[in-house]
Design a protein around this ligand. Structure first.
Ligand code: HEC
Ligand code: HEC
Length: 446
């Protein structure tokens, strides 16, 4: 449904130019970083700083007992129908929580449709799977258990199988004191909690970001400058985990339409979730189809393998050319994202305080730029309309999933405005289907 879409009047178009200029400042900073400006380099570095604490959702808060139970379930082969596979069979820590194969195999012996992704640093991502079809890790967890090609285990059979184990039952009781049973929901909650604790350990890169100028070599720093500058990698591989948690078409061959199928949005065809790059040295082969064996192959794809098509991400640099020494320093930088010793998740978990939302602004127009809504929290009166102006360089897709308001803007191109009526009171969460970490909370009063 694209009825809420319209062309912008000239005044807002002028306004958009101002916003776009703001967006370009970021790119200019990145370019300056590659050219050598020290101040710009510090700005670029700050964007990769490691968060001090892990976010957990309010409806599944952290406890050590839940983590212990989730860890046990993750390594338990009883989760598969023939007791042959645990989650860890395919998600192996020593292989970056992937499996080292282009396509893994489950209990059916069939090659899986997509490559097994790594699981580091998923606590910061909104959607799960390469195409983001699961809205949370809780929702994701039962997918591989029941999938006939993966573990093929019916959920009721699993619950009765696990219920017979007294030690495991004690773990469930400790993790869920108010409903101390083996249930599908509790299995999913425990697995999701364990997965959120899989924060990749510090590497030399973190020490350098933290201020130890000697932690990286000149070569590696030159590689970082390219990554955050000319090569444009940090347009998508941004933040401490090196992912924007958004979906992009980077021009790989193949007929898998990825995010486009989930959103029923042709503009998102061939888009897949940006993978984080922590421990990337361990998790070859690469991409949703496991088609690249080495990081060198990955770079050559960005240089000369990109298939030109209308859905290509606007964040993808066009006609990237790297001289041999540039490719070498970029690879040297990528290697600093992998630990030199065995990668262990943290022993002690520090839980992030709930994010305090800014007070609701009383506005009827919200803009989108640099993959964010601005403002992110607004108040309207019942019956009012909201205009969302795309001042970004990217295509967005505004959605609301709610019992009283179901809305899908379709593809909202740069320069287009989406109009949403709010006929009923309530609190609504709007997000972008292509960049799901973009969220806007709308409070509609009487
Ligand atoms: C047979 C191999 C196999 C097994 C067993 C398996 N997985 Fe996976 N896992 C995959 C593949 C393949 C994908 C990607 C599927 C897709 O995106 O369409 C995946 C995706 C995921 C993702 C999404 C990661 C992301 O970046 O979005 C999570 C989380 C995950 N698995 C957790 C688990 C858990 C928990 C278990 C055990 C209950 C498990 N997996 C069992 C192969 C496996
Ligand atoms: C437009 C956003 C974007 C840009 C720019 C970008 N990437 Fe990616 N990257 C992605 C996406 C999306 C994937 C997964 C694509 C797929 O599997 O279909 C990916 C995959 C990768 C992978 C494989 C990771 C894995 O676990 O399979 C590596 C390594 C990588 N990119 C490195 C880089 C480097 C280095 C650069 C700069 C030269 C770069 N990327 C630029 C979005 C981007």
């Amino acid at each position: 449904m694209a009825t809420g879409r319209m062309r912008r009047p000239l005044t807002t178009r002028l306004l958009a130019l101002v916003f776009l200029a703001g967006g370009l400042c970021g790119a200019a900073a990145a370019l300056a970083a590659s050219a050598g400006g020290e101040a710009a380099l510090e700005v670029a570095k700050a964007r990769f700083r490691r968060p001090a604490a892990i976010p957990f959702p309010a409806d599944n808060p952290y406890s050590d007992q839940k983590r212990t139970l989730g860890d046990a379930l993750f390594h338990d082969t009883r989760l598969s129908i023939d007791n042959s596979l645990s989650c860890a069979s395919c998600h192996d820590r020593d292989k970056g929580f992937a499996d080292g194969k282009a396509q893994g195999r489950g209990v059916s012996g069939q090659a899986l449709k997509r490559h097994t992704p790594g699981l580091w640093n998923l606590a910061w991502g909104a959607q799960s799977f390469w195409d983001g079809r699961a809205r949370s890790l809780e929702e994701q967890a039962t997918g591989p258990i029941t999938n006939p090609d993966e573990m093929a285990q019916p959920l009721d059979a699993l619950v009765s199988r696990l219920s017979g184990d007294a030690e495991l039952e004690r773990k469930f009781a400790a993790a869920f004191p108010r409903e101390p049973q083996v249930t599908v929901l509790n299995i999913a909650r425990a697995l999701a909690t364990y997965e959120r604790t899989l924060v990749s350990p510090e590497t030399r890169f973190d020490r350098w970001i933290g201020g130890d100028a000697k932690a990286l070599t000149e070569q590696e720093i030159a590689g970082f400058r390219l990554f955050a500058g000319k090569a444009g990698c940090s347009n998508c591989h941004s933040g401490f985990a090196l992912t924007d948690n958004a979906f992009h078409d980077i021009g790989l061959p193949g007929d898998d339409r990825g995010r486009g199928v989930v959103l029923r949005l042709p503009a998102a065809d061939h888009a897949f979730k940006t993978p984080g790059l922590r421990e990337i040295g361990r998790s070859a082969p690469y991409m949703h189809d496991g088609s690249f064996a080495t990081l060198d192959d990955v770079l050559r794809h960005y240089e000369s393998g990109v298939i030109d098509r209308p859905t290509l991400s606007r964040d993808l640099p066009r006609r990237l050319q790297l001289a041999d020494p540039e490719r070498a320093v970029l690879l040297a930088f990528l290697r600093t994202l992998t630990t030199e010793t065995e990668p262990r998740p943290p022993d002690r978990i520090v839980v992030a305080a709930p994010v305090k939302r800014a007070p609701a602004a009383r506005v009827t127009t919200v803009s989108q730029s640099d993959k964010a809504f601005s403002p992110t929290h607004i108040a309207l009166r019942r019956g009012e309309r909201l205009w969302i102006v795309n001042n970004d360089t990217r295509t967005h897709n505004v959605r609301v999933f709610d019992q009283v308001l179901d809305f899908d803007s379709g593809a909202q191109e740069p320069g287009e405005t989406v109009e949403i009526p709010f006929p009923k009171a309530g609190s609504f969460l709007l997000f972008c289907g292509i960049h799901p970490n973009m969220e806007l909370r709308v409070e509609v009063g009487q």
